[in-house]
Design a binder for this molecule. Structure first.
Ligand code: ARG
Length: 465
């Protein structure tokens, strides 16, 4: 039992090839499941006691040894790779079992009765993901909060709204903040939805056919904080949908953060010059002394690629697998661990970037006003004077063309020039062409009008609270 073959030695007359161990072993990365593996084992001890496999005092003995191991894991999360075991442990499950046997002797060998590493690893992973989702949710909330804080600081700041990266219509900066708030809100909802399907208990499924012992799976699920036991043992050990779903939620969240990062990267360039990032989240160049690079944002954008890759990797790994467990599935962990850690970092840096950046309000206002972004207002002004929209659009286009020829913004074009194209225009047009008038007209639900936005902001604050 304690040969380098680890837990399954009897069947084999030969030691395994060192290179086989290198490809086969997962302890180097699945040690991250140590806490969950111990948690699952404590619950399993209780389950087999209830089933009459071990006595109450045996269960107590096992539980106290496992609790000691849990304390060790709490203090040294890397214990499984840093503490050598007496025998070869190929994965975290073997490590825990070997340590248990080291601590309590032969009794430790009873714990695995009726259990398989197949239902064990599926359980550990669900416990791990559940915790991770809860952490991502609170990180998303903190990122959303930082956007609301920015909105509060810049309540009256105009900002250029773009389509095709061409200036389109002026908006208020809080409106932009709320756009990302909404995206993150959907991300949180997706994580929450995934969590419901994560939170079921595969333990008791055995290797694939269901355990042969009279385990009360409802009680076991409850002990581990799961909503219910899984419904089919074959599916329970083969299913990694919950990993993929979690990675899908992570991917979309990362895509949102990447778009956010990309916008800020653009806006802090000399070409846009709408904002300045704080020194604390930027780096210099080793050669060019003037440089201040938006590294944190570039890495948010960059890590998005890794996270999408993890999702693709898992879909690809799973798509050709016959039921039930196959060792390919061991490949689920590294991408998952990496993606969740990467997303966590990205989410946690967002509030640092947002709370420290300096918005150049004057530049934002000038950009919002420039680029003929009030042309729609002129068309709407004409509509207000009875001109059908298509004709108003056409006349406005011609007026814009004339303004470009004269190299002036619309609001500086002499009234006579406008009137020569559309005689219905009078002096009141200049009021309609101001930034204030433009946003003030958009009080529709979901619009950038100052009133609508205040409503949206307070709704957003309520959603966070
Ligand atoms: N280390 C394995 C994994 O991560 C645990 C399950 C092993 N099961 C088996 N039948 N070999 O998937």
């Amino acid at each position: 039992m304690t040969t380098q073959r680890g837990m399954a030695s009897g069947r084999f007359s030969k030691d395994s090839d060192p290179l086989f161990r290198e490809i086969n072993d997962s302890l180097a990365f699945d040690f991250r499941l140590l806490r969950q593996d111990i948690q699952g084992s404590i619950a399993w001890a209780r389950a087999i006691e209830r089933a009459g496999v071990i006595t109450a005092s045996e269960r107590e003995h096992l539980t106290s040894a496992l609790t000691d191991l849990a304390a060790l894991a709490e203090e040294h999360p890397r214990a499984a790779i840093e503490h050598p075991t007496t025998a070869h442990a190929e994965d975290v499950h073997s490590w825990v079992e070997l340590e248990l046997i080291k601590a309590v002797g032969d009794l430790g060998k009873k714990l695995h009765t009726g259990r398989s590493r197949n239902d064990q690893v599926a359980t550990d992973l669900r416990l791990w993901i559940r915790e991770q989702i809860d952490q991502r949710l609170s990180e998303i909330r903190a990122a959303q909060q930082s956007l609301l804080d920015l909105a509060d600081r810049e309540l009256n700041t105009f900002f250029p709204g773009y389509t095709h990266l061409q200036r389109a219509q002026p908006i208020l900066l809080p409106h932009w903040c709320l756009a990302y708030f909404e995206m993150l809100d959907r991300d949180a909802a997706r994580f929450g939805d995934a969590r419901r399907r994560v939170n079921v208990c595969p333990l008791g499924s055995g290797a694939l056919a269901g355990t042969a012992y009279p385990i009360d799976r409802d009680a076991l699920a409850k002990d581990l904080g799961f909503d219910a036991p899984t419904g089919n043992s074959l599916d329970a050990v083969a299913d990694r949908d919950f990993v993929i779903e979690t990675l899908a939620a992570a991917s979309l969240c990362a895509v949102h953060l990447s778009r956010f990062a990309e916008e800020l990267i653009l806006y802090c360039t000399a070409e846009f010059n709408l904002l300045e990032l704080d020194d604390s989240v930027t780096s210099g160049s080793s050669l060019m002394p003037q440089k201040k690079n938006p590294d944190a944002l570039e890495l948010i954008r960059g890590k998005c690629g890794r996270i999408l890759g993890a999702h693709t990797a898992l879909c690809t790994t799973l798509k050709g697998l016959p039921l039930a467990y196959n060792k390919d599935m061991q490949e689920d962990k590294e991408p998952l661990f990496d993606a969740m850690a990467s997303l966590s970092l990205c989410l946690r840096i967002v509030p640092r970037v947002v709370s420290t950046m300096n918005i150049r309000r004057d530049a934002c206002q000038a950009a919002a006003a420039g680029g003929y972004s009030n042309a729609t207002e002129l068309a709407d002004y004409l509509v207000g004077r009875g001109v059908p929209f298509r004709d108003a659009h056409d006349a406005t286009g011609r007026i814009v063309r004339r303004a470009i020829e004269l190299n002036v913004p619309l609001e500086r074009l002499p009234l006579s020039e406008m009137q020569s194209i559309s005689p219905t225009i009078d002096n009141s047009v200049f009021q309609a062409l101001t930034l204030h008038a433009s946003v003030a007209r958009r009080e529709v639900h979901g619009g950038t009008g100052p009133g609508a936005m205040k409503v949206a902001l307070s709704a957003a604050r309520k959603r966070l609270a």
